[in-house]
Design a protein around this ligand. Structure first.
Ligand SMILES: [Mg+2]
Length: 460
């Protein structure tokens, strides 16, 4: 058989697009802090000199401000135009460090909008790399040697906790059993899911109940509900889960609503319902506050989780060092690409804390599915769970699939980032047909949309 050499594409140009799904109309993503969010994507396509080969990536926002994210992507994207893919990936750790440097670092180093923008670009590069290798991204990572895997990570700022040499030894140890874990992944049994769609804050009791029954039928055994509406309401909604699925693992999420002492006072009053954790009990920046909450709730059997607004590996390192977490909820769009996600997965594995990626927004299950698969096969070696939401999968060219309580392992080459042209024709902002409609214009022109007390446009 004649082997065909893999292409080494040169990046020739790029397109950046602003896409906003009007998810607020269905209360999707609604929580105590975000009453009306439009799941939005800053989307980049890198063109190459290889016919038919593109690198596609995106990062996420909650609607307003997505134009700022797109501006960040446009600012950083030219750095890779004219480069051969191999010149980026051959020493990816150094390329990554250089990419996060320079004048733009002043905007807020490894935080904020520029971090999100860096993520979109890195996702496009990893997507392109996986396509060149002919593998789904999770498998590209899972089948790297320990040396190759360590070679894509910039360890700056975490060597006090994890050096490249320690990471290498750890990964070599995890080679044991890897073939069996890969086999399990290929049978679609590696990544169980938990369901968040049943628990959006804006759903009526009837909608929560109907969603729960459907989810139980689909094989879900883990559910997460938004809380923070007061004890009576919270107990009623959580009690519904206990009644319909008595053995379910129940998680709660309050999306940064509380002060530290209030969280410590409130959560024990729900302890008899049997809860795994409270997510984002307070400001995502309050590392010591999370540690205090966790210590206080431990005797009540309730843990603490956070991560969807944790900007970088340094914050995760400190959260782990402070003994503040029962689950590392890293976000596929918040950190700086697979490179930094790998650093956080390694830190979590070192501390023995499971990675439970934040996956509640449109398209996140598609991406996080890759992360959970490579974490299980190559890094932690332990089964965890991944958040599943059931909205908007139809707009993805390689949608996340789910059955028998588990995510399916992606099979198409790449990082599953591609969104269909049908989605862009409806929801590209502002020219898509929805945003040009009367309702879309009302929503788009309400500068307070999502700020409950000030919002002027109708919720539906
Ligand atoms: Mg959350």
């Amino acid at each position: 058989m004649v082997s065909i050499p893999k292409p080494d594409p040169t990046i020739t140009g790029y397109t950046v697009r602003d896409l906003r799904f009007p998810t607020s109309l269905d209360a999707i993503g609604s929580d105590p802090m975000n009453t009306a969010g439009e799941n939005a994507h800053g989307y980049i396509v890198y063109d190459t000199d290889v016919p038919g080969l593109e690198g596609i990536g995106w990062s996420f926002s909650n609607g307003q401000g997505n134009e700022v994210l797109c501006a960040g992507i446009k600012c950083l994207a030219p750095r890779f135009v004219g480069r051969k893919l191999s010149s980026i990936t051959s020493d990816f750790a150094t390329t990554h460090r250089n990419f996060l440097g320079g004048q733009t670092r002043f905007m807020s180093p490894e935080r904020g909008v520029m971090q999100l923008a860096s993520n979109a670009i890195l996702n496009a590069l990893w997507d392109m790399w996986a396509k060149v290798e002919g593998k789904p991204l999770w498998r590209l990572v899972a089948e790297m040697t320990p040396e190759q895997l360590v070679g894509v990570i910039d360890f700056r700022y975490i060597t006090d906790e994890l050096t490249p040499e320690q990471a290498l030894a750890f990964l070599k140890e995890k080679e044991k059993g890897k073939a069996e874990r890969l086999a399990l992944a290929l049978q679609n049994l590696a990544v169980p899911g938990y369901n968040t769609s049943v628990g959006w804050l804006g759903l009526s009791d009837a909608e929560v109940e109907a969603g729960l029954r459907k989810a139980v039928d689909a094989g879900f055994k883990h559910f997460k509900l938004k809380v923070g509406q007061g004890l009576e309401v919270d107990r009623k909604r959580l009690g519904m889960v206990r009644r319909i699925s008595p053995d379910a693992v129940i998680m709660t999420d309050v999306n940064q609503l509380w002060d530290v002492d209030y969280a410590i006072e409130y959560m024990p009053k729900l302890a008899d319902l049997g809860l795994w954790f409270i997510e984002e009990p307070t400001s995502p920046d309050d590392i010591l506050g999370h540690a205090r909450i966790r210590a206080a709730l431990k005797p009540h059997g309730i843990g603490v989780a956070t991560g969807e607004h944790v900007n970088n590996r340094v914050m995760f390192k400190q959260l782990l060092q402070a003994d503040a977490l029962d689950a590392v909820q890293l976000d596929a769009l918040r950190l700086s690409g697979i490179n930094e996600i790998l650093a956080v997965c390694l830190l979590a594995a070192k501390f023995g804390v499971p990675v439970v990626p934040h996956s509640g927004g449109t398209g996140m299950p598609e991406l996080c599915n890759h992360i959970s698969h490579f974490d299980f096969v190559a890094i932690s070696g332990k089964q965890s769970i991944l958040e599943y939401t059931d909205h908007c999968h139809e707009y993805f060219s390689d949608p996340a699939e789910f059955s028998n309580g588990h995510f399916h392992a992606p099979t198409a080459p790449g990082y599953s980032c591609q969104i269909t042209e049908e989605a862009f024709s409806k929801f590209e902002c502002p020219e898509g047909s929805f945003w040009q409609s009367e309702k879309g214009q009302l929503m788009l022109n309400d500068p307070w949309r999502g700020c409950a007390a000030e919002q002027t446009s109708p919720m539906k």
